[in-house]
Each structure stands twice: as C-alpha cells, then as structure tokens.
Design a binder for this molecule. Structure first.
Ligand SMILES: Nc1ncnc2c1ncn2[C@@H]1O[C@H](COP(=O)(O)OP(=O)(O)OP(=O)(O)O)[C@@H](O)[C@H]1O
Ligand SMILES: Nc1nc2c(ncn2[C@@H]2O[C@H](COP(=O)(O)O)[C@@H](O)[C@H]2O)c(=O)[nH]1
Length: 387
C-alpha cells in the first residue's frame, strides 16, 4: 500500500504534463488531488501522504468519478469530505464535487477492503431525490408496481438491478431483472466490499451492488430498490439515505393466491415464501425502519398512492435553498475563497465574470446529507451582495 515515490511525484511527469493540484490535510494525512492534463490520457488522481510515515498511499477510489477537470479548488468541510469546485467546462451546479475521506461509507469500506479508501460524490442542490427502498412479502406486487413506475416515467426513475444466485425465471433477462450469478463469485465480491447490502432470502443470496445504485444515480434518475426486509434494515444502517416503503397484502389468503397464480415457484418454494412472509410482516413493524406502508389491494389505487408518496418526497422543492439560478447555471469558473463554519465563499476566476451574474457566491453546507454511493445533497447557493 505504501509507496516511496509514485509516478505522480515523478518530476518528469510533472514537467511534461500540464499539472494542477491541491492538498488538503485531515489529521495525519494529506489528500492530494491532481489533475494531469496529458492529452487523451487526462485524469484526476488522488494520492495520500501519510505524514507519520512520510509515505505516499495510492487509495482505492470509489464513487461516481467526476469527468476530468482542467483545474479545481478545494477545502475540507464537516471534517469528513473535501469540497472540490471544478473547472470542467460545466455550469457551477455541475462543478461541485466532494471527495469523501472520512465519511461512514469510506470508514466502512476501509474496514472491509483493508485498504485506504476515498469516494467521490457529486454535490446536489437542495434536498435532492432520495433513493426509494420498496419491501414487502414475496407475491405482494412490488415488482408489478415498480414495472408500472418504470414504464410511466423511464426518465425519472431507474431500477437498481440486484445480484442473485437464484435461477432466472422464463421471462427474466440477465442484467435487466437481475444480475444472475454464482454463490461463490457473489460471496467473493461481497468480501471485496462491492455490495451495499445483501441477504439470504428464501434460500438464495440477493444483494445490491454499489455499482447498481451508482449506475442509476449517474444517469440523474431516482433509484428504486426492490429488496427484502433484512436488506431494508441493512440499507437503514448504511450511509445511503433512502425513503423506505413497505407494501402489505390485503390479507394472507390473497398473498397466497397471488403467489400461486404467478406460477413461478414450486409448491415447496411457495410454502417457504409464505413462512417467510409472516416473519417479514412482523419485522416490518420494527420502529423506525419503514417510513410508509401501502396496502396493495386494488393495483391502480395502490399505484396512485405510491406515486403520491414519491411526489411528496421528490426533492424538487426549491424553496429550501435561495439559489440564484443565473449564477448556478452560468459557465463562470468559481474558486474557493474562504470558509467559516459551514459556509464557503466562492469567487469567480479573475476577469471571467459572465454578464448578469453576481461577483461572489456563498455555499451553505450546514444541511449536507447523503453522499457516496449517490450524491451529497443539501447544498444551498446564495448570492453575496456587493457592499
Ligand atoms: N393488486 C393486485 N391485485 C391482484 N394481483 C396482483 C396485484 N398486484 C400484483 N398482482 C399479481 O401478483 C403476482 C405477484 O406480483 P409480483 O411478482 O409483482 O410480486 P413481488 O412482490 O414482486 O414478488 P417477489 O418478491 O416474489 O418478487 C403477479 O402475478 C402480479 O400480476
Ligand atoms: N436483500 C435483498 N433482497 C432482494 C434483492 N433483490 C431482490 N430481493 C428480494 O428477494 C425476494 C425474492 O425475490 P424474487 O425475485 O426471487 O421473487 C423479494 O422479496 C425481493 O424484494 C436484493 O438485492 N437484496
């Protein structure tokens, strides 16, 4: 893990490439973010200087990687992440990133992988859209409701494609309904920290990979997870802040009827799923686990209620941040000027102020939430009045 002189420090590389870097110190470590403009091979790279041992560490970099930026400025916020304002040819709203160095996600991943880990997460204005966890006993209609949602709003919602060791059903497509895999392979990937959650469900292994959630959030869509109650509890305990919905059957008899009518399980499997359904219905009452309960009696009514819940909590409310859209969408490159508590002052790159924009902006980071995997939400941008 430790290296004396990585390529990154090689003077020749620095001299030949257009290099830009910042260094942010957190405790005994200095995080160096470097943008090497080396033609088509241009990259952003992260190196950590362990100040105690005076060695360089090449960390495992997780999260949604920002596209290569020409330059950037950086400052530590909340003691656990570095705010990076990038010059990437995009408006300010797409230029705010966080390099997580000490968040709960990073700490958890360090422990699992036994390596130094950092993670990128994109900054999101306002509350943003939390991923949605949908749970409920087998046969209650989760898949049917989610399929309707995907069909009606494919650009707004994206399905987190789980991994499973169960055999595919007739109509199921690998990579669409599930990533069908083998137990040994999946167990190895779990031990490598690739999964946000996993559980043994009805005798098979199921799990949500970090990549599955990122694939959806990278597309700017709201992520929908169809997972069992154990998985929901694991996500609750993880760094992923989500909305948790439990779907209940109108009666146990109706649940059994639906499972049988689906015709995808053997009698033995149906019995197992029904036994587990009783336990899941009990566990759904665990205090603080689910935010909302829906009864799937009439499908259309339940679907309308689901949509209402998602609209109530869709993060599109902009009243909680007084953002000047002119400033946040302008192509001006801003750099970090100063920081007080959880407010960061940004100034435009000298001489590059776009017509109609204010000179300085304040980023209010007092309500940050979420983070990798997914975005860091809760940023408010305010114009700073010129005195
Ligand atoms: N409201 C409803 N009324 C009647 N039948 C329904 C209703 N909702 C779903 N179904 C039917 O019930 C069966 C089970 O639904 P579905 O496969 O969506 O359940 P599920 O919760 O996703 O199950 P699993 O957890 O096993 O994947 C399907 O045949 C579906 O068409
Ligand atoms: N904990 C997780 N549970 C999952 C995941 N993907 C699906 N599921 C749950 O498994 C059962 C059975 O599904 P089926 O497709 O075999 O009928 C169901 O309750 C799903 O919600 C996952 O990634 N993690």
């Amino acid at each position: 893990m430790g290296e004396e002189v990585p390529d990154f420090c090689n003077e020749k590389v620095i001299l030949e490439a257009k290099d830009f870097r910042t260094a942010t110190t957190v405790g005994d470590k200095t995080y160096v973010i470097s943008t090497l403009d080396d033609g088509p091979k241009s990259t952003n790279s992260i190196r950590i200087l362990d100040k105690l041992t005076q060695t360089w560490i090449v960390p495992t970099v997780l999260g949604t990687q920002p596209i290569h930026f020409e330059a950037h400025s950086a400052i530590l916020v909340n003691d656990d992440r570095v705010l990076v304002v990038a010059k990437n040819g995009a408006p300010l709203i797409d230029s705010i990133w966080f390099l997580e160095v000490n968040t709960s996600f990073v700490k958890q991943q360090c422990k699992i992988r036994g390596t130094e880990v950092v993670a990128w997460s994109k900054g999101v204005l306002g509350r943003g859209q939390k991923p949605v966890v949908i749970s409920g006993p087998s046969g209650v209609g989760k898949g049917t409701l989610i399929a309707k949602l995907m069909n009606d709003s494919p650009s707004r919602f994206g399905f987190s494609v789980s991994h499973t060791t169960r055999a595919p059903r007739e109509q199921e497509i690998d990579g669409v309904h599930y990533h069908f895999t083998e137990r040994r392979k999946m167990e190895k990937e779990i031990s490598e920290g690739k999964f946000l959650e996993f559980a043994n469900v009805h005798g098979n292994l199921y799990g949500t990979s970090i990549e599955a959630v990122e694939a959806v959030t990278d597309e700017g869509k709201r992520c929908i997870l169809d997972i069992d109650v154990q998985g929901a509890q694991s996500v609750r305990d993880s760094s992923l802040e989500a909305l948790f919905i439990f779907v209940c059957p109108p009666s146990f008899e109706e649940l059994e009827k639906r499972l049988r009518a689906r015709g995808t399980e053997t009698e033995e499997q149906i019995q197992k799923r029904l036994r587990n359904a009783k336990a899941e219905l009990d566990q759904s009452n665990t205090p603080g686990l689910f935010d909302h309960f829906l009864v799937n009696d009439d499908l259309e009514t339940c679907y309308e209620n689901l949509k209402k819940l998602l609209l109530l909590d869709d993060g599109s409310c902009v009243s909680d941040y007084s953002c000047s859209t002119t400033d946040s969408k302008a192509m001006t490159y801003y750099t970090v000027l100063s920081k007080t508590d959880s407010e960061v002052l940004l100034q435009p790159e000298t001489g590059k102020v776009e017509k109609g924009t204010t000179s300085m902006l304040s980023l209010d980071l007092s309500s940050l939430s979420g983070g990798a995997p997914g975005g860091t939400r809760g940023i408010k941008i305010c114009s700073v009045n010129k005195g």
